[in-house]
Design a protein around this ligand. Structure first.
Ligand SMILES: Nc1ncnc2c1ncn2[C@@H]1O[C@H](COP(=O)(O)OP(=O)(O)OP(=O)(O)O)[C@@H](O)[C@H]1O
Ligand SMILES: [Mg+2]
Length: 251
């Protein structure tokens, strides 16, 4: 089992990192509170990485740091996406550089239909994900394209939030607790969609309280505890390790 990624031979990851997304020595603060305490990990192209840990471990803060969603979080560290140093870009530039965060509260825009929510996110002209392709992926959204987004069911709103991230023509999908509050049958549907998106080459970081479901879907896992990484390895290793699950995931 590989506890903590070994970057010791590789002080400057830009030169040699084989990973698609590299997070290197990330620190983040809310005012005086030191929350993300030197987190480093790699995500390979096309994989699903489960980012796990107990409540308050720093999962959301880590996702926000990667997505460069600043205020009130102050971050420091390196983020390399497809050889691009996101940490050196202005935040508005980084926001268009290929990371799509789907926040826990989904942030569907009130007063806009499903289609308008998607159109607002879409880059012009759409490169990868046209509206038709998104509706093929989420037929429920196609059926409800003229319905106001905020009147959708919880599961449909989650689908819209994911579709909206894809519409921005992203390279990495960052999902913060996508299954929260959803019935198992809807979770099944979202899982199938995530597998389909993966088969199209998408790279995903999945933060989830439902660790077993996340591990069953994921290729690899990183476990956070009080703002630091305590495990970096395969999802299967976590599923097989009762001690690790009991200590850091309470399952
Ligand atoms: N806006 C904020 N201001 C100050 N402290 C914050 C803020 N947001 C989060 N924190 C603190 O940062 C720590 C990590 O929170 P974070 O939301 O990243 O954890 P998490 O792993 O996502 O937890 P959960 O599983 O409950 O979603 C917690 O101690 C939390 O209280
Ligand atoms: Mg969280």
């Amino acid at each position: 089992m590989n506890i903590k990624p070994d970057f010791s031979k590789n002080a400057n990851m830009a030169e040699t990192a084989p990973a698609f997304l590299s997070v290197w020595d990330m620190h983040a603060y809310y005012g005086e509170s030191y929350i993300v305490q030197g987190v480093s990990f790699n995500v390979h192209e096309g994989e699903i990485l489960a980012l796990l840990g107990r409540n308050g471990a720093g999962k959301t803060s880590t996702l926000r740091s990667i997505a460069r969603i600043g205020s009130p979080l102050v971050t420091q560290g390196e983020i390399w996406l497809d050889h691009q140093p996101l940490h050196k870009m202005a935040s508005h530039e980084a926001a268009c550089s290929g990371l799509g965060l789907v926040p826990e509260d989904r942030r569907i825009i009130p007063g806009l239909t499903v289609e308008e929510n998607l159109e607002l996110a879409q880059i012009a002209p759409p490169v990868g994900w046209s509206l038709e392709r998104l509706y093929d992926l989420f037929p429920r959204l196609g059926e409800r394209r003229k319905q106001e987004g905020v009147t959708l069911s919880g599961g449909e709103q989650q689908m819209l939030a994911i579709a909206r991230a894809l519409a921005r023509d992203i390279k990495v999908l960052l999902l913060d607790e996508p299954y929260e509050g959803l019935a198992p049958v809807i979770v099944d549907e979202i899982e199938k969609t995530l597998m389909h998106i993966k088969s199209q080459g998408m790279t995903t970081i999945l933060v989830e309280q439902n660790a077993v479901r996340a591990l069953e879907l994921a290729d690899r896992a990183v476990i956070l505890d009080t703002g630091g990484i305590v495990f970096d390895g395969t999802a299967a290793e976590v599923l097989e390790n009762d001690e690790l699950r009991a200590e850091y995931l309470a399952i």
